[in-house]
Structures are given as structure tokens and as C-alpha cells.
Design a protein around this ligand. Structure first.
Ligand code: HEM
Length: 750
């Protein structure tokens, strides 16, 4: 008998007890690790692997050359009841090496030991050189048919459904870095169309740091950790970053966005996406138009506040990853409408004086409205992070008939870079055959051999022209082939230079600043002050202040005051700009789907809470009950969080059903009078933080004591106290429509 195995009778009794408790549990809160709750004692009857969770999907079971198969998508996962070797031979033991006697030396002939360890030794692959940290989901894109005027690509056809895989990412941090850092976010979409794969590899900021891809290594080397100490991780608040961008004024527009709330999104679900470059579309008649792609989130564009983001990075570094997966699991499927701004394809490739080949410039939506062309819904989580999210390979050169590129010099370098980096990252030239990368269109490329060749090609003549393979494959005709739009290339001189139209680096940073509301500007001021305040070198701060002086006097003065430095005078005339209200995140209302509401309770005040949690769930949100201890409370309710495990940053709004006294595990705490605090200090901290972060707070019953202990009062904007919990909840949901209660705080920026 195994001495470490608990007696079966004890385990059976425990299992029965767990089953009893499980039967009483409320509907699952998203995040449980497996599709079935585990028993306490390890099962001893062989069975097939558990099915994947209902919210998960795998890449379609296509062949390496894109053909459909009868196999279900999960057939590519491990199967069978018994543990086997890599070759499928069943094993009877995997815990002990093969030895010459119990205490003797391990034998080289132990092929299972060597196979297991060898595979383990090679489990890691290089992370992406940029955008290493990300999260992804499967979904579907449905075309509206409205793009037909300008584009013949089938995926935009009315009602056409195209499977998609979307990966969101931060840019600078390593694969294990935190989610809520101040950074640009990647927004890369793979459309598996019947005409081949189309990748829209964009960001959540509509402009880029540089105008020419040859400088990409420079900006990335400046933003990555310092090479000597390899710190700071996933941050731009350091000397090398500000050294580069203060010397390189074409980065200023991107830097303004990066210092705004856009760079600390509340959720991947609440970000806009931008294709950034201007693309050239072709319609069925062969006419061309220039366009910029925009993703507009149905949930609105919302952000964290900086202190909240910093707390999150410690409390839950996986915050955005978890949020995306939980939202999909709970049925709050994120949605984005895809839209295009359309410009005439003139020889100058400009619109209203804006050079469309300059990726540091936007075209304000007031000048060229975004026209909706389809809707994307993300509705399934990946089944395996490595197989899907890590191995997916996007490439701006993955285009389909109807979508072509322009001569944007940033895009040109990208067209080289992605395939090149993936050769190393994914170990050779056949990574398009990895399941997540397989096209959903027949592939017949005559590429042969190489590491990890999964296909078994027939024939003897992978060359053209040939007769031995019957002349196959044939060239497609104009109707279905991808044909680059014939473009006149001006007779010119070979040189390393940008056009004069790329020289204006400061008008659009000013346009952005002028388009924000005072509270958004205040955040920009604080972000610049924080980041420059973290730099050691005075010269770098002074240089950046000079850049800011040329963008806007008030911006510069406020940042300079925070740094304790004199504000320089502008040394260039200020640009006249017209504000673009579309650039502000505020001023509209949005659905509350997928938001999380924390409810603080104490076990004496549970009346009516069952109905309340039901109402929150019915409104598409997730209620989390926070109590002094875990497990079941009276009235059939269960605590999902305790005062020990909860932190305000997890909730979009907080409800107080009581002012609970300090729990058994509360740290000693005194209130302003030096007496022991009457309310659990962790609850007070939660209320304080929610208040400071401009979140809606609701309360009833004895809630006033907790509010007062946190310095909040009933009269404060967004603090709702009433007798009827449902009324309080409704008011709080209404407030969530605008995301934060900014009226709570006067701004110091005009
Ligand atoms: C408009 C400018 C750019 C945008 C919007 C952009 C966006 C992205 C995104 C979203 C990813 C992550 C893809 C994923 O999730 O797997 C990515 C990765 C990458 N980008 Fe860019 N990028 C831009 C400019 C550049 C430039 C100029 C270069 C180089 C010349 C470059 C090189 C790379 C590389 C090497 C990767 C890693 C790809 C991989 O390992 O699969 N990017 N970029």
C-alpha cells in the first residue's frame, strides 16, 4: 500500500461532502480551470481526457495545405485513456527512472526518461522581439456589404462570415511582464478568408513613433530596458526612452497618445484599433481608393487611472488577459465594428493637406467620417495558449484580392520584418502549417522541405514550367488572382531622404492635446510629469520640455511645475489647429456588459442580496460578493472574494450592503481618533480607492459608516446611498455607462 495515499474511506467521505457543497453553489463565476470540478481523491478508473471548457475553441482541423477535414477541431489535441510515449506505446510508470536496483545507478537505456526530459528541455521558443506579452481569442467577422463600392474582397460581402483570431499585446515588455503598464497595445486580426488569409496588424493608437521602418530598431532599443541592468521592465519611464523621443520630434504625436489614457486601457475589449497605414482598396471595376482602417469597440473606449494601473500590476499582473477570457466565458462577447475612412486615390496621395503616406498623421474623423463595413465578435477562448496565442504569426503582407498596400516607408520595412523574425521564432520556414496559421483556402505554393514539414506533397515537379506534373499548379486568371495595383513610379533619384511633407512633427500633437477634455489633459500632464520625473538626467527633461513648449504652453508649464524646472519659451511658431472631438474618450454613454461589481456584505445583512446578484447578472455583468470569510453565507449566498483576497482594482463599481466590523484576520487599525477602527480596514481601503479612482459607489443599510471612514459622503458625485438596494443598483449601472464619475474632482488644467 502506498503510505502517502490517504485511506479511501476518508477520501470518499470528503468527495461526498464536496459534492454536497458543489450542488449548493451559485452559477459559476468565470475562471474555473477545467470543464468539470475535480474530485478530492484522484480518480482510479481510466477515462478519456476531459472535454475542453464550453468557452474554448481550437483552430479548425484543416490539413497543412488548408483543405477541410472531417475531424473535429479537438482531434488535434491529446487523446486516449492511457499515458503513452511520444510514439503511442502505453506506459505503466512515469515517476521512477529505470535503475539497476532500487538504490542503484540510473540506466542510459531508459528511453522514456530520456524522451520525457529531452522534450521538456526544448519546450521554450524565443519570445517575440516586440509585442511579446499578449492574449488572444477566436471569433467571427460579418461583412455589411457596404464596402463593395471600394473593395472587391469577399470577406466584406453582405452577410459573409469569416472566422478570425485576434491577438492583443503590449509592445515593450517581456512575455512574463504585467498587463496594465503604460504602453501602446497591439491589435492584430487574422481573417481566415476563402481567398487566402488577410492580416490586419494594427495598434490601439492611430499613429506611430517613426515615419520610416529603418528606425524601428532605434525606437525599440530606446524603449526596452537599459542594456546594462536590464531595468525597467515594460516601461517607458526611463532615460533612454526620453533621450530618444526628445531628440526625435517625429515621435511626439505618438508620445502624446502614449501619455494619454489610451495607453492604460481598462480592457482589451474597450480599445479602438487602427490599421495606421493608408491602404489601397480595389473594387470589382478595378477602381482604387485609399483608406484607413478603424475598429470601434461596442463597449466604448475606457481606461484605467494611473494609480489603479500601478496597483493592478502588483495585485493581478494578468488583468487584461483574465478580463478578456472571463468576459468571453461569461457570455459578454466583445464586439468591434470595422470602419474605413475613404480618400480619393490621387497621384499626390494627400487629403486636405495631410500626407497619407506619413504614419505619424491621422485624418480627423470630422474631415473623413469612419464608414462601417462589418462587425467582429470574439466568442471563444483559445484551448491552448502556446499552440494558438504564442504560435500565431501575423504579417502585414498577408493580403487578399481587393486589398493592396501603399508606399508608406514604415509599412515597407514591416513587409520584410515579420516573415524574417518568424523564421527564427517559429523554427524554420514551415510555420504557416502550424494549425493556428493554416489558411482556410487551398494552398499550392510549391514550397518544399525545411524543418517541420507537415505536408506530404505528391508529384515530382515542384517547379514551373513543368510537364511532368501535368503543368500543375496553374496560374489564376485576373478574376481570382491577387494582382498588385499597377502604380506609376515617378522617375526619380535614389536617395535616403523624407519628403518635405513629413517635416511637420508638431501640428498634430497640438491637435490631439486641444481635442481632449480638461480631465483627459490633466492625465496627460501627470503622465509626462511621472515619466520625466523618473529620468535621472536633467538635460533630457529640459530637452523634452522644449518639445512640449512647442506643442502647447500650458502643457509645458504644468509639466515643468511638477518637475520643478523653468518652463522654456517656444522656439517655433504654434500651429493653428481645429479640435477633433472624436479623439476624446469622454462625453458618450456605453453598455455596461462584462463589468464587474463588488458587493461588500457582512453575514447579518444579506436580505435581498440574492435578487440583487440576479439583477446584476441579468444586466450582463459579473457580481462578486466580498465577505469576511470564504464559502457559503446565509440565505444560500456564497462569497467569491474575502476582505483578504479582494482589492478595489478588480471592480468597476462597489456596492456596500453593510459596514462590516474588522474580521478575524484584519490587521490592527485605528481611525482618526486613535480608537480601533469600527469598520474592517480592508473595506475602508477598498472604498477609499474606488472613490479616488472616480468609480461609482452605492450603499444601503449601515453602509454610511464605511463611506465616512473612507472620507466619502452621500453628497459626493457618484456616491449613491438609499434604502432600496435595487434603486441604488440601477443608479450605479447608469453611472457605469460613462465609466467614471469625473465630476467628483475639479481639474487643475483648463
Ligand atoms: C504601424 C506600425 C506598426 C504596427 C501597428 C505594428 C503592430 C504590431 C503588432 C500588433 C504585433 C504583434 C503581432 C502579434 O500579436 O503576434 C507586432 C509584432 C512585430 N512587429 Fe510590428 N508594428 C508596427 C511597426 C513595426 C515595424 C516598423 C517593424 C520593423 C521594421 C515591426 C516589427 C515587428 C516584429 C518583428 C514583430 C514580432 C512579430 C512576431 O514575432 O511574430 N513592427 N507589430
Amino acid at each position: 500500500m502506498d503510505p502517502y495515499k490517504p485511506a479511501k474511506i476518508v477520501m470518499d467521505a470528503l468527495d461526498k461532502a464536496v459534492a454536497k457543497v458543489t450542488a449548493l453553489l451559485p452559477p459559476a463565476i468565470p475562471g474555473a480551470p477545467a470543464s468539470e470540478p475535480p474530485p478530492v481523491s484522484p480518480p482510479d478508473e481510466p477515462r478519456e481526457p476531459l472535454p475542453r471548457k464550453a468557452d474554448q475553441a481550437s483552430p479548425a482541423a484543416r490539413t497543412p495545405t488548408g483543405a477541410e477535414t472531417e475531424a473535429p477541431a479537438d482531434a488535434v489535441g491529446q487523446r486516449g485513456e492511457y499515458l503513452t510515449t511520444g510514439q503511442g506505446a502505453r506506459l505503466y510508470d512515469t515517476d521512477h527512472s529505470l535503475k539497476a536496483g532500487e538504490r542503484g545507478p540510473t540506466l542510459l537505456q531508459d528511453h522514456h526518461l530520456r524522451e520525457k526530459i529531452t522534450h521538456f528541455d526544448h519546450e521554450r521558443i524565443p519570445e517575440r522581439v516586440v509585442h511579446a506579452r499578449g492574449a488572444a481569442a477566436h471569433g467571427v467577422f460579418v461583412g455589411y456589404g457596404t464596402a463593395a463600392k471600394v473593395c472587391k474582397a469577399e470577406l466584406f460581402g453582405k452577410g459573409t462570415q469569416t472566422p478570425v483570431f485576434v491577438r492583443f499585446s503590449t509592445v515593450v515588455g517581456s512575455r512574463g511582464s504585467a498587463d496594465a503598464v503604460r504602453d501602446t497595445r497591439g491589435f492584430a486580426t487574422k481573417f481566415y478568408t476563402g481567398q487566402g488569409t488577410f492580416d490586419l496588424v494594427g495598434n490601439n493608437i492611430p499613429v506611430f513613433f517613426i515615419q520610416d521602418g529603418i528606425k524601428f530598431p532605434d525606437i525599440i532599443h530606446a524603449a526596452k530596458p537599459h542594456p546594462d541592468r536590464e531595468i525597467p521592465q515594460a516601461q517607458s519611464a526611463h532615460d533612454t526612452f526620453w533621450d530618444f523621443v526628445s531628440l526625435h520630434t517625429e515621435a511626439t504625436h505618438h508620445v502624446m497618445w502614449q501619455m494619454s489614457d489610451r495607453a492604460i486601457p481598462r480592457s482589451y475589449r474597450m480599445m479602438e484599433g487602427f490599421g495606421i497605414h493608408t491602404f489601397r482598396l480595389v473594387n470589382a471595376e478595378g477602381e482604387t481608393a485609399l483608406v484607413k482602417f478603424h475598429w470601434k469597440p461596442r463597449a466604448g473606449v475606457h481606461s484605467l487611472v494611473w494609480e489603479e494601473a500601478q496597483l493592478i500590476n502588483g495585485v493581478d499582473p494578468d488583468f487584461h488577459r483574465r478580463d478578456l477570457a472571463d468576459a468571453i466565458e461569461s457570455g459578454a462577447f466583445p464586439q468591434w465594428e470595422l470602419g474605413i475612412q475613404v480618400f480619393p486615390d490621387t497621384p499626390k496621395q494627400t487629403f486636405e493637406g495631410i500626407d497619407l503616406l506619413d504614419p505619424t498623421k491621422i485624418v480627423p474623423e470630422e474631415l473623413a467620417p469612419v464608414q462601417p463595413i462589418g462587425m467582429m465578435t470574439l466568442n471563444r477562448n483559445p484551448t491552448n495558449f502556446f499552440a494558438e496565442t504564442e504560435q500565431v504569426a501575423f504579417h502585414p503582407g498577408h493580403l487578399v484580392p481587393g486589398i493592396d498596400i501603399t508606399d508608406d516607408p514604415l509599412l515597407a520595412a514591416r513587409l520584410f520584418s515579420y516573415l524574417d523574425t518568424q523564421l527564427t521564432r517559429l523554427g524554420g520556414p514551415n510555420f504557416a502549417q502550424i494549425p493556428i496559421n493554416r489558411p482556410h483556402a487551398p494552398v499550392n505554393d510549391m514550397f518544399r522541405d525545411g524543418f517541420h514539414q507537415d505536408a506530404v506533397h505528391a508529384g515530382v515537379a515542384p517547379y514551373k514550367p513543368n510537364t511532368l506534373d501535368g503543368g500543375c499548379p496553374f496560374m489564376a486568371g485576373e478574376g481570382t488572382a491577387y494582382i498588385e495595383v499597377p502604380q506609376a513610379v515617378a522617375r526619380s533619384t535614389k536617395l535616403r531622404r523624407s519628403p518635405a511633407s513629413f517635416a511637420d512633427h508638431l501640428s498634430q500633437p497640438r491637435l490631439f492635446w486641444r481635442s481632449l477634455t480638461p480631465v483627459e489633459r490633466e492625465h496627460v500632464v501627470r503622465a509626462f510629469t511621472f515619466e520625466l520625473g523618473k529620468c535621472y538626467e536633467q538635460a533630457i527633461k529640459e530637452r523634452e520640455l522644449q518639445v512640449l513648449a512647442n506643442v502647447d504652453g500650458e502643457l509645458c508649464a504644468q509639466v515643468a511645475a511638477g518637475l520643478g524646472l523653468p518652463a522654456p519659451e517656444p522656439n517655433q511658431p504654434a500651429h493653428q489647429v481645429t479640435a477633433s472631438p472624436a479623439l476624446s474618450q469622454l462625453g458618450r454613454t456605453w453598455p455596461p456588459d462584462g463589468r464587474t461589481i463588488g458587493i461588500v456584505v457582512d453575514s447579518d445583512h444579506l436580505n435581498g442580496l440574492r435578487g440583487l446578484t440576479g439583477a446584476i447578472t441579468a444586466a450582463g455583468m459579473v457580481p462578486l460578493i466580498i465577505a469576511a470569510h470564504g464559502g457559503s453565507l446565509d440565505d444560500g449566498l456564497h462569497a467569491q472574494r474575502t476582505f483578504l483576497t479582494a482589492r478595489s482594482v478588480e471592480f468597476d463599481a462597489l456596492l456596500l450592503a453593510a459596514s462590516p466590523p474588522p474580521a478575524r484576520d484584519a490587521p490592527a487599525s485605528r481611525n482618526g481618533t486613535g480608537k480601533p477602527s469600527p469598520v474592517d480596514p480592508r473595506v475602508v481601503t477598498m472604498v477609499e480607492e474606488c472613490f479616488r479612482h472616480a468609480k461609482a459607489i452605492g450603499g444601503w443599510g449601515s453602509a454610511k459608516a464605511a463611506l465616512e471612514a473612507a472620507g466619502a459622503t452621500t453628497g459626493d458625485p457618484g456616491v449613491i446611498v438609499g434604502d432600496d438596494p435595487t434603486e441604488v443598483l440601477n443608479h450605479v449601472i447608469e453611472l457605469l455607462g460613462t465609466h467614471r464619475v469625473w465630476e467628483r474632482f475639479p481639474t487643475t488644467v483648463s
